[in-house]
Design a protein around this ligand. Sequence first.
Ligand code: ATP
Length: 346
Amino acid sequence: MSTPADFDADQPAIVVENLQRSFGSLKAVDGVSFTINHGSVVGFVGANGAGKTTTMRIMATLDQPTAGSVKVGGHNVVHYPEKVRRLLGWMPDSFGTYDHMTVLEYLDFYARALGYQGAERVQRIEEVMNFTDLTPLADRLSNKMSKGQTQRLCLGRALLHDPKILILDEPAAGLDPKARVELKQLIRILAEEGKTILISSHILSELGEMCDSLLFIDKGRIVHHGDADSMTRGSLASAETLLNVQVIGPPAKLIEWALTAPLMEVVEETKRGAKLRLKSVDEAVIAGALKRMIADGLLVTDFHREERRLEDAFIDLLGQIDKGTFKSEATANESLSANSTPPPLP
Ligand code: ATP
């Protein structure tokens, strides 16, 4: 079986438009829209129950939308599920193996189901086992494998038909740090090969490193789509700088100083100093604060800006949504287009 020719490279890899999926009165997915271009690696982030799996299952043709549409490689997932399945590799969050099958038998079973025959099937299985480092485990019964090995088998199965697009639902869940690093390396190689990858995870720092952009979903709605930096430093970060300062001598002296310094607030005392919040992101103001500390006699040994972690940015974002102070990109765009009406001609 070769890669399907029926693939429109001029169309984005994935287009989701106003997708909705309700279970009774629950709107699990509530008007989700986004586009993923070919070759991008996109992280899908959201709290438990936010709607990630439901969205991904519809993309993978395993569920149907209540309204809206999803196109994969230009094909509507409801009207052309077979074409979509040829283009798409799906790795579910919970994965059942057949206890009585070895790794080799398992992959062989799926390769046959996909239509591979003879030497081509043998070659494809070998390639997948090499890539996922399962060759030494070829004769291992699948119920005797570790979580990390099972995840690699699941990824191997998803890669059998060499799909152009991969949808990976929580592939790193439950893996130890070493297995997570190994999985991350595999995903990186797949990205370098030019595959389009949508990957959900709760381990945000890893997603930030791996992904070109992040899609944040909350209560069935996309609340942010941008790169990790824009999340931690950009529009969502408020106009303030967190400073980590260490001094020689008691931290109390630094804290006393900070309480009277302009634009400065004390976040917390630390072992050798304090975390401070400066209500500015202006480089000159930051440099001025350090200059003043030294001029006022503080013996500063360390002064650095604290990077906001993606987790903190995400929690802040959810807090803003709960308080009703968050303005989503969609809302911002709406007001932009409303304001962009040209002025009347004189
Ligand atoms: P998690 O991170 O916990 O996997 P998620 O973001 O993937 O969460 P979903 O699994 O998409 O969330 O679930 C979204 C909402 O839809 C949840 O409230 C869930 O209980 C509900 N839900 C999902 N599938 C069904 C179903 N088949 N029947 C009824 N409710 C469902």
